[in-house]
Design a protein around this ligand. Structure first.
Ligand code: RP5
Length: 158
């Protein structure tokens, strides 16, 4: 069953957002990946967000750049947790994306991660952590993933 929906405003966001998809794949979390633009394909966004919960999704990860209203609009139309990833824009290096996503008015939350690939990877990890609260096997896989990361840190730089 697909548990996490990864959406992004443009195909150009995929290089960033694949970070979320890759970590979910590593953790064995079923996910889907769609291009859904708040301004270019508003009807697609409406259909996606309105049907997400009934289709069995548990978490939505939404990445967008510039005037990045995709995560907020998605959150407005689903009660599922929405994790927002600010994609690094050319004009303002993602500061615009960050502020667009993080500054949601009270009442409709979006969990905003860091700008760029780090944010995408962490969105995948956070989605897995949310799911792991009710999935002991996934919790074990997530803890093992974290332990491998810890074990891979060198004692010395050379
Ligand atoms: C946003 O505009 C997308 O999320 C993307 O980050 C940005 C640029 O899109 P393209 O012009 O590359 O399609 O909607």
């Amino acid at each position: 069953m697909t548990l996490v929906g990864i959406i992004m405003g443009s195909v150009s966001d995929w290089d960033t957002m694949r970070g979320a998809a890759d970590v979910l794949a590593e953790l064995g979390v079923a996910h889907e990946i769609k291009v859904v633009s708040a301004h270019r394909t508003p009807d697609r966004l409406y259909d996606y967000a309105k049907t997400a919960a009934n289709r069995g999704l548990k978490v939505v990860i939404a990445g967008a750049g510039g005037a990045a209203h995709l995560p907020g609009m998605a959150a407005a139309m689903t009660h599922l947790p929405v994790l927002g990833v600010p994609v690094q824009s050319k004009a303002l290096s993602g500061q615009d994306s960050l502020l667009s996503i993080v500054q949601m008015p009270a009442g409709i939350p979006v969990g905003c991660l860091a700008i760029g690939k780090a944010g995408a990877i962490n969105a995948g990890l956070l989605a897995a952590a949310i799911l792991a609260t009710s999935d002991p096997a996934l919790s074990q896989r997530l803890q093992a993933w974290r332990q491998r990361q810890t074990d891979a840190v060198a004692d010395e730089p050379a």
